[in-house]
Ligand binder design. Structure first.
Ligand SMILES: [Zn+2]
Length: 294
């Protein structure tokens, strides 16, 4: 495991969160004024508007809201997420319970997923049908129930190499051994590719594709290897969160510092979600994306 340094000083972490949450200073959400008293009697400062008395805490409206885990551990977790580690590893590294480590990782993944919904692939886009299996099985000529059909889309450069990528689950019910359903391909285009370039996208929904798609397939296999080596495979329920985490890291070109900076800003500006919401996992299902795109 690489050595990742982050301040363990709570005050410095609080300042980092403040900067990520209010890069231009605090603005009162109620009256729009910029003048605040800071009340330091609590673990992290509380800010009170000088005009209307509205109070806002540092962690309100962030993924850390209500968490008893010190900010320094959250920041260490963000740092370690840049290396793609599991909750088991995180729990040992930062000294929190396994459940806390699992929740921290998932809350950060959710922030990444919410950010992912706000942009679409542009430029020359390649899309390829691909099948993920959590565990090995005996291949046959039939679609295997353990296989999760996916669509991988990428903005490619002149050499045809993926620069920005999105890998998404598709509906299983209408998938056949050789191909993903056309409707899922159309939905992927609508949800994840900018309208101006949709008609020029190169797309194959088939399990087998020509040489053009080799780099994209290789990238997906890299993601599958990471999920298998680090987590012993990922079940269908949480698969999308892990695929989005992988893609987010890839899209930031594996630059640790920019990853940490981006995730810190996401964490500071994404509402926390309760445990029940995280394990429910419905938000990013296809129906929701459809209503979102409409
Ligand atoms: Zn105010």
């Amino acid at each position: 495991m690489m050595q990742l340094h982050f301040p363990d000083d709570e005050a410095e972490c609080a300042q980092r969160l403040f900067d990520a949450k209010w890069p231009n200073g605090i603005v009162c959400p109620r009256c729009g004024q910029r003048y605040f008293y800071s009340i330091c009697s609590r673990r992290y400062p509380l800010y009170q508007c000088r005009t209307c008395g509205h109070q806002t805490s540092l962690t309100a409206g962030t993924v850390m809201e209500g968490s008893r885990t010190p900010l320094s551990k959250w920041f260490q977790a963000i740092r370690y997420l840049s290396a793609g580690i599991s909750a088991t590893q995180l729990h040992r590294l930062i000294g929190v319970t396994y459940k806390t480590a699992w929740l921290i990782n998932h809350k950060l993944r959710r922030a990444i997923q919410e950010a992912d919904r706000k942009w679409q692939l542009s430029g020359q886009v390649h899309i390829k049908g691909i099948f993920y299996a959590e565990r090995r099985f005996h291949p046959s000529i039939y679609f295997h129930p353990r296989e999760q059909p996916l669509l991988a889309g990428a903005t490619v450069n002149r050499q045809g190499l993926p620069v920005q990528v999105k890998i998404k689950k598709v509906l299983k019910t209408e998938t056949h051994y050789r191909s993903i359903h056309r409707r899922d391909g159309e939905q992927f285009l609508k949800n994840h590719v900018e309208s101006a370039v949709r008609s020029q996208a190169h797309c194959t929904l088939h399990r087998f594709g020509n040489a053009e798609y080799v780099p994209l397939v290789a990238l997906c296999k890299h993601a599958f290897r990471w999920m298998s080596d680090t987590f012993c495979g990922i079940g269908s329920k949480h698969l999308q969160a892990y695929l989005d985490e992988f893609s987010y890291r890839y899209n930031l070109s594996a630059d640790v510092d920019s990853f940490v900076e981006h995730v810190t800003i996401l964490a500071a500006n994404t509402r926390k979600r309760p445990y029940s919401w995280i394990i429910r996992c419905h938000l990013f299902e296809e129906e929701d994306l459809i209503s979102n795109a409409a």
